[in-house]
Ligand binder design. Structure first.
Ligand SMILES: [Zn+2]
Ligand SMILES: [Zn+2]
Length: 205
């Protein structure tokens, strides 16, 4: 797997919508822009992190509980990530939620607020929570930004699909029109747990 490349400082928000078809609703993908570290900074960071080791370094993904979470879920996610992406997965200490991460009524975690508050742009980190996750009042299973390294996931019945899909976004994949593809915005009817040929091609570029 090639390393993650930030092609520009601006990214498009994309979400994996929960139960969209079941509820027979159509959703728009919201566009939000946030600042990311510049490509130059990223390159410098990569350079300084590279050790003189002839073996290609395996990518590391970090998992952390966020707010209320179930520790055994983290082990479940670890297995899925290793299976499909073959990354090293490290479980770190959980993170407490802050009031600014929640919707005004305090009932749900808002994906973009969590990502801003966590302010973690260095490592690919997946935060897993049992709390209700929303964006713009829509129920979501997970969320991130295109090429962003922070992913927030609400643990539930579709953990495998969700984590593999969201990691696809961290690698620069957008939503895919092929309903059998992991990057389809909704693919519960056609679960294959794999990318379509087009998306695989994009990953190799
Ligand atoms: Zn998505
Ligand atoms: Zn695809």
């Amino acid at each position: 797997m090639r390393t993650l490349l930030l092609i520009c400082g601006m990214i498009i928000l994309s979400f994996f919508i929960k139960d969209a078809v079941k509820e027979n609703k159509s959703y728009n993908i919201n566009e939000v822009r946030i600042e990311q570290p510049s490509l130059k900074q990223e390159k410098e960071k990569t350079k300084s992190e590279t050790k003189p080791n002839p073996e290609p370094k395996k990518k590391v993904v970090y998992l952390r509980g966020l707010g209320k979470f179930t520790p055994s879920d983290l082990e479940e996610f670890k297995g899925y990530i290793k299976e499909l992406y073959n990354y090293d997965v490290v479980i770190l200490d959980p993170v407490q939620t802050k009031s600014q991460m929640y919707t005004p009524d305090g009932r749900s975690l808002e994906v973009s607020e969590c990502i801003f508050s966590l302010n973690n742009y260095d490592k690919t980190t997946i935060y897993i929570t049992d709390e209700n996750l929303v964006t713009e009042d829509l129920e979501v299973r997970g969320g991130t930004y295109l090429n962003c390294k922070t992913v927030i996931i609400e643990s539930g019945n579709y953990n495998k699909d969700t984590v593999l899909h969201e990691l696809g976004h961290t690698l620069g994949l957008e939503h895919c029109d092929n309903p059998k593809c992991l990057m389809a915005i909704y693919n519960d009817e056609h679960i294959t747990n794999d990318f379509c040929d087009e998306c695989k091609k994009k990953l190799k570029q």
